[in-house]
Write a protein that binds this ligand. Structure first.
Ligand code: M6R
Length: 604
């Protein structure tokens, strides 16, 4: 959610800042901008829309400078236009910001004598620093004092015209890393932004701020005390992910799933001994309850895991949407394990929930894709999913890897709590081992689903129904469709429809029914008939046995390979992903960067 990058060195920085912005574009893409110090003069270029707009601007009107900051925006305050794009300038000061300044209206009021040119919260920061410089403070003191006046979440990069060899930066609530180079220093929202610039990264801690020059960096903590923070060596800068032969990153990432699920499994099971293989730090016999917190797609993985932990390990499970969790002042039972599920490991609400539980003395784990993320660093136990960089804003391979890891964790919990026998453990692990193969087979339905998506794409609204572990997959199917095709969609527990939503079914309303031939099949089919008899157009996603029993009830039929009940939700996911993808492609939307969204949501 907004990406920032900065370089202070001895060579022109513009091109490398733009390259860094491209790596950060997943964080927001409604406008971008770059500012440099050229002979002690602040200059900037900004453009509405994606970074290619900024490149076009720079190609007409280039920028040279040896210190610079850059930003790609996901709008919070003020519409996405050039005026609201960062960097913001006030007098001597230029600033890029990721986060939200919650007291910006009060600060604007206090500085009402100054000329504000944008609608953003960020602009108060450049005014504040400039105002304090005007009162005779040194840049260091002006920056430090400004931070004390701010409430909210931020990661900043600041440049000041009279101090051309310096970048000032700070972090509270939003991620920021420093990169250490030879005669150059860097700041960036994540390791990916800095990957081509440095292998030596320093992750700032909450409340840290720093001053960078080409040869040095000094870090201060919350109390303005100079501190050392460890340098993390990242192995070789990851190349910018490429789409390769695929039309979209989302398609590529869906096709990677047999491999990514396999990589996830390698962390959590021993495929020769058919047992779960857990990190030593995690012993489920210490806990009676699991609290799983996440947002969006990750939360649907958490909801699926609830069924697994309850059924396999006999553990009470609370699942909550992260943005609600801490505000309802949850009662945290003793012997609880908190698990944050997050692809990015940076989602602000999930991180806040993790911190809430940590403060309350609850043991915390973070199941993340990005192992250098804040959640991975702050949780007691970091659990990787190893899905590799996910670039498409719509999460696909991270979701199936989250499901896979959570399923394996449930087996481990059942084993250490002795709620399953060793034979049952072997059977469940065997089912997990079959997942990559079944996912691969499911991907072969791509062309059939593409054809069905043509009719589907004409819908104004669609429903997804499931029961048991298929219910969260129905939610996920609806979310995937909404976010990339912009068709209104809702997922429901199949039994719930008749309690209200069925009123929305009319002739031709598409209803996607997820019904593998399991113990709940017949009940789901009854629900299918309830909507079919009211005119719904049914797309049935099932397996060969399910098709034998119910194909006559379907207008469209997707027959997935037979999977054990335990892992069936992972297999069904492939069908709903493909359906959403092809629908969006038929409609011509921006699949990888859908409107209004960002990959990493670092504001509340
Ligand atoms: O990085 P996270 O997994 O914490 O992100 C959570 C959600 O923002 C994310 O899953 C979002 O719902 C995706 N765009 C869904 O495709």
């Amino acid at each position: 959610m907004c990406g920032i990058i900065g370089i202070v060195g001895k060579q022109n920085v513009t091109e490398r800042l733009v390259d860094g912005l491209k790596r950060l574009e997943y964080r927001g893409y409604d406008s971008s901008g770059i500012a440099v110090l050229n002979d002690g003069k602040l200059e900037r270029r900004r453009a509405e829309g994606k970074i290619k707009g900024l490149e076009a601007r720079l190609s007409q009107d280039s920028l040279d400078g040896q210190a610079g900051i850059a930003h790609t925006r996901w709008a919070t305050h003020g519409i996405p236009n050039e005026t609201n794009a960062h960097p913001h300038f006030s007098g001597r000061v230029g600033v890029v910001h990721n986060g939200i300044i919650e007291n910006f209206l009060d600060l604007r009021q206090e500085m009402s004598h100054r000329n504000f040119t944008s609608e953003t919260d960020t602009e108060v920061v450049s005014h504040l620093v400039d105002e304090l410089l005007g009162q005779g403070l040194t840049p260091k003191d002006a920056f430090a004092l400004s931070l004390k006046k701010l409430k909210g979440a931020y990661a900043f990069g600041v440049i000041i015209d009279e101090h051309p060899d310096h970048i000032y930066c700070a972090r509270a609530g939003s991620p920021l890393a420093l990169g250490v180079g030879d005669d150059e220093m860097y700041i960036g929202s994540d390791a990916m932004a800095l990957a081509q610039l440095s292998t030596k990264l320093i992750y700032l801690e909450e409340g840290d701020w720093a001053i960078l020059t080409p040869e040095s960096y000094v870090i201060y903590d919350l109390n303005d005390k100079e501190v050392e923070r460890p340098i993390t060596i990242i192995s070789g800068g990851p190349a910018m992910a490429e789409k390769g032969q695929y039309r979209h990153f989302m398609l590529k990432e869906m096709y990677e799933q047999p491999e990514t699920i396999g990589r996830t499994l390698a962390n959590y099971i021993d495929e020769y001994r058919l047992v779960s293989n857990m990190p030593e730090a995690l012993d489920f016999s210490e806990f009676d309850r699991v609290i799983i917190i996440a947002c969006g797609t990750a939360c649907y993985a958490a909801m699926t895991a609830k069924y697994w932990f309850e059924q396999i390990a006999g553990m009470a499970v609370d699942v909550d949407i992260a943005s609600e969790f801490r505000y309802r002042k949850p009662v945290l039972a003793k012997r609880s394990l908190f698990i944050a599920v997050s692809q990015s490991g940076e989602t602000a609400d999930t991180l806040a929930a993790l911190r809430y539980c940590k403060e309350a003395g609850v043991k915390t784990a973070a199941l993340v894709n990005v192992m250098t993320s804040t959640m991975a660093r702050e949780a007691d136990i970091a659990l990787p999913i190893n899905a590799g960089p996910e670039i498409g804003v719509a999460s696909t391979k991270a979701f199936t890897s989250q499901l896979t890891a959570l399923a394996a964790l449930a087996v481990a919990a059942g084993t250490s709590r002795k709620t399953i026998s060793s034979e049952q453990q072997n059977e469940l692990v065997k089912a997990l081992i079959h997942t990559p193969r079944l996912v691969k087979q499911s991907l072969r339905l791509d062309a059939d689903i593409e054809k069905m998506a043509f009719e589907f794409s004409k819908a104004k609204s669609a429903f997804y129904l499931g029961r048991g572990t298929q219910t969260p997959i129905a939610f996920e199917g609806a979310l995937k469709l909404k976010e990339i095709s912009y068709i209104h969609a809702e997922g429901y527990a199949a039994g719930e429809l008749k309690h209200g939503p069925i009123a929305l079914i009319e002739d031709g309303t598409p209803v996607v029914v997820l019904a593998p031939f399991d113990g709940l099949f017949e009940k789901t089919i009854s629900n299918l008939q309830e909507v079919a008899s009211r005119g719904a157009r049914i797309m049935l996603i099932t397996d060969p046995e399910g098709a034998e029993h119910a194909s006559s009830l379907a207008d469209d039929l997707i027959v997935l390979p037979k999977a054990a009940d335990f892992i069936a939700p992972i297999v069904t996911t492939i069908a709903v992903q493909l359906l959403a993808y092809h629908t969006a492609v038929h409609l011509g939307t921006d699949v990888d960067q859908p409107r209004n969204l960002a990959k990493s949501v670092t504001v509340e």
